[in-house]
Ligand binder design. Structure first.
Ligand SMILES: [Zn+2]
Length: 68
């Protein structure tokens, strides 16, 4: 059997699996969370509301899914 090492992590915040570079949770400094939750926490820390967080994350996804 071929051992294909794919790093798969489960985000403790949203419960999704992800394989991007994890972000470090700002609330507990040892927890690795998915990039989306990392972005959310960063935005929340500067006072961005949930709805605006959603639209910003959507924009990030749009640009990473379709690289220029
Ligand atoms: Zn997450």
């Amino acid at each position: 059997m071929k051992s294909n090492v794919v790093r798969m992590e489960i985000c403790p915040l949203c419960g999704r699996t992800y394989h991007d570079i994890p972000a470090l949770s700002r609330t507990e400094n040892e927890t690795l969370i998915c990039p989306d939750c990392g972005t959310r926490q960063a935005l929340a820390s500067i006072g961005v509301g949930i709805e605006e967080q959603d639209s910003i994350i959507e924009i990030i996804h749009r640009s990473t899914d379709n690289p220029l």
